[in-house]
Design a protein around this ligand. Structure first.
Ligand code: 1HA
Length: 270
């Protein structure tokens, strides 16, 4: 597979191939832990994927065969957050969570090893998760002086239920890929050597489906959980579709032509 590199980054890779974008966290020496710079680059890459008309689905993964992502880089954890190059403490991964959920295209986590702490939350916020047999899942916050009471807790509980979510967070145990699949945290487990192949298969099927239908399903599933902000995004797409209709265009045309709009001809569906 000839992935095309779209841009040079320090901490990640952004590549595309036949409608699929692959974003790889590329810090294998620290098990793909993220620092503020990594997150900044991830946000930019997801924004590029949002804009690109030729991208229909995004895969998020980690470099190597050890880790998907081990969460925040403990080497730069300071007072108030993870310290960036300007000395500012940041928790900017929370902005990335929102970006992944808002992206009007499916995002697939391809978990190739440890998904721990903030790295676990990253796969939780993706739409689908395909894992290799060696993948290990778990939260670590209460062990290392952190917690994510946002999507990392409430959305996790939607996947696995409240009792299991509390177990995962209170005990900070690690779970095998098969255990994760059993609790509804993972869609499919495959051997590591066919992980990308399997993920690409899923992506190819997704690419055959109606992009607008996929977009509305993602929005609807989010809206149920996200309150007014979720309804806003679903409603935004309803407006998008309305703008594609002659009925909305009649309103605009009438305004520009300085006449009264004639909406009588449009159907009033039962
Ligand atoms: O909770 C949040 C947030 C909450 C709200 C808002 C924003 C948040 C942002 C982030 C986070 C967090 O992510 S908190 C949780 C941070 N992460 C962790 O607690 C996981 C730390 N890592 C581990 O527990 C283990 O490394 C491991 C279970 C993933 C793997 O263990 P293993 O196989 O024994 O390997 P290990 O030797 O520990 O790690 C390999 C190398 O990777 C080590 O480097 P070396 O000693 O060889 O030089 C290790 O130091 C490095 N490494 C692994 N994880 C991290 C790391 N270095 C920095 N940061 C890491 N997270």
């Amino acid at each position: 597979r000839n992935w095309i590199s779209e841009k040079e980054y320090q901490d990640i890779r952004l590549e595309t191939w036949e409608g699929i974008a692959k974003i790889t966290i590329n810090r294998p020496r620290v098990y793909n832990a993220f620092r503020p710079q990594t997150v900044k680059e991830l946000i930019e890459a997801f924004d590029i994927c949002r804009e690109r008309q030729d991208v229909g689905v995004v895969v998020l993964t980690g470099e190597g065969d050890k880790a998907f992502c081990s969460g925040g880089d403990q080497n730069v954890k300071g007072h108030g957050g993870y310290i960036d190059e300007d000395g500012v403490p940041r928790l900017n991964v929370l902005d990335l969570h929102k970006r992944i959920r808002s992206l009007p295209k499916p995002v697939v986590a391809m978990v190739n090893g440890y998904a721990i702490g903030g790295g676990h939350v990253l796969h939780v916020v993706c739409d689908l998760t395909i894992a290799s047999e060696n993948a290990i899942f778990g939260q670590s916050g209460p062990k290392v002086g952190s917690f994510d009471a946002g999507f990392g807790s409430s959305y996790l509980a939607r996947h696995v239920g409240q009792k299991k979510a509390r177990e995962i967070w209170f005990l900070c145990k690690q779970y095998s890929a098969v255990e994760a699949e059993k609790m509804g945290l993972v869609n499919k487990v495959v051997p590591l050597d066919i992980l990308e192949e399997e993920t690409i298969e899923w992506c190819k099927i997704i690419l055959q489906r109606s992009p607008m239908a996929l977009r509305m399903i993602k929005r609807g599933l989010n809206a149920e959980l996200d309150g007014q902000a979720g309804i806003m995004e679903l409603a935004g797409d309803a407006t998008l579709m309305f703008y594609l209709m002659e009925e909305a265009q009649e309103g605009r045309n009438a305004f520009l032509e300085k006449r009264d709009p004639d909406f009588k001809k449009f159907p009033k569906f039962p």
